[in-house]
Design a protein around this ligand. Structure first.
Ligand SMILES: NC(=O)N[C@@H](CC(=O)O)C(=O)O
Ligand SMILES: [Zn+2]
Length: 424
């Protein structure tokens, strides 16, 4: 298939290109980028007024397959990704069984190849069954194609074991993605510790639950030399620690989720589990620190932590319901609305955080629309304003606190390997 994208506003931070360009795609690759291209193409897309960007790369999604297909499948999660402008997503290994062996990695890849409309790059578990006791065969999983290891959903609390995992990941040439949460300190917390938790009479989760493990993991990464990526950073002290680590030139990157820069805990209307996720919505000062950290490039990546659950599960009290909200279909709009329109990020920075930097974290040749690159492209209207409606989601998960929120920014086309996989 050949596609000619006309008159779009190209945003390609990898080459420093920002401006009106035409792009000619053929045989799955970017063939030409220029002004007034007139190539013959099977499909011409008029992208006047739209941004044309390298496809978004999500370092943190939960696809729920195998084991929890009633929440999401590889097929539905990938379709939600395409609708959100993502062309590559990295599923976390907390499935049932967990992605904790070469065989499970191969199973996931095979299913993804058959069923997913976007690229799937799996992440392997750190310990077998994510039970925290026995390391997985990290070298074998890396050989099978995992791009990182992570115990996401929890932390590896045994420091000796985790250090060994980091050493092995370093040897295998892959990164460690850290979910920072002190399992003992969190106790039974369900939302941020503070006035809202007291008002609802529910146990809180302090910032230190995250901060203590973030410090530990940064120190372990310094000891082992592994590339460490801190998932879903939610606190102002996480920001400070990533800043210090960068000043020391440690290979550490930080990720922020749209919900953590969009909403503070004081906006939780009551006992509604669509506002329950891990880490929780934090205080105003944390939200502000996260926005500034993205602006100042202390935080490198915006990732969704797309965590679908069934309506039945999320209809329960916050005390009972599982943690997590969906994010693939709202991330671009929340980033435009909360960060670009508010002056925290330039459009080029948005592309860095959602595409180029994630590619760098993974060490893959994506995140750019330069000639010769794979044609993974998103075309979006940054100005279109609308109201988020869960009934329009293609994800099986409808669990979001942003239903009814007015936002700007809508994905129009998503192109994977030169093929249109989503069109509004
Ligand atoms: N973030 C969440 O609240 N939940 C995630 C796990 C995780 O990313 O920690 C899930 O798998 O549901
Ligand atoms: Zn997590």
């Amino acid at each position: 298939m050949s596609i000619l994208i006309k008159n779009g506003h190209l945003l390609d931070p990898a080459t420093g290109t920002e401006g009106i360009r035409d792009i000619f795609i053929k045989d799955g690759l970017i063939q030409k980028v220029g002004e007034y291209l007139s190539e013959d193409a099977e499909q011409v897309i008029d992208a006047t007024g739209f941004s044309v960007m390298p496809g978004f790369i999500d370092l943190h999604v939960h696809l729920r397959e195998p084991g929890y297909e009633y929440k999401e499948t590889i097929a539905t999660g990938a379709m939600a990704a395409a609708k959100g402008g993502y062309t590559t997503i990295c599923p976390m290994p907390n499935t049932n069984p967990a992605i904790d062996s070469k065989y499970m990695v191969e199973y996931l890849q095979l299913k993804a190849k058959e069923e997913a409309v976007v690229h799937i790059l799996p992440i392997g578990a750190v310990t077998k069954g994510q039970e925290g006791t026995q390391l997985t065969d990290i070298e074998a999983m890396a050989g099978a194609g995992v791009v990182a290891i992570s115990e996401d959903g929890k932390s590896v609390m045994n420091t000796v074991l985790y250090k060994k995992a980091m050493t092995e990941a370093k040897e295998a040439g892959i990164a460690v993605f850290a979910h920072c949460e002190d399992k003992d300190l969190v106790q039974k917390g369900v939302l941020n510790e503070g006035a809202k938790a007291r008002e609802l009479g529910m146990p809180g989760i302090s910032n230190s639950v995250e901060d203590i493990i973030a410090v530990r993991d940064i120190i372990l990464a310094k000891d082992t030399g592994v590339r460490l990526h801190l998932c879903h950073c939610s606190t102002k002290d996480s920001v400070t620690m990533v800043k210090l680590a960068k000043e020391e030139r440690l290979p550490i990157t930080g990720e922020v989720c749209p919900h953590h820069f969009t909403m503070a805990d004081d906006e939780i209307p009551g006992d509604d589990a669509n506002y329950k996720m891990n880490p929780p919505l934090r205080g105003r000062a944390d939200v502000q620190a996260l926005k500034e950290a993205l602006r100042d490039n202390i935080m490198d990546v915006i990732a969704t932590d797309h965590a679908p659950h069934s309506e039945e599960e999320k209809a329960k009290s916050m005390l009972e319901a599982p943690f997590g909200i969906v994010g693939l279909e709202t991330a671009y709009a929340l980033t435009i609305t909360e960060l670009v329109q508010e002056g925290y990020l330039t459009p080029m920075q948005l592309v860095e955080k959602m595409s180029l930097n994630p590619a760098k974290v993974l060490g893959i040749d994506k995140g750019s629309l330069a000639v010769g690159k794979v044609a993974d492209v998103v075309i979006a209207d940054p100005h279109e304003t609308y109201v988020i409606d869960v009934n329009a989601f293609v994800s099986m998960g409808k669990n979001t606190p942003f239903h009814g929120k007015r936002v700007s920014g809508k994905v129009k086309f998503t192109i994977v390997d030169g093929e249109i996989v989503y069109q509004e």
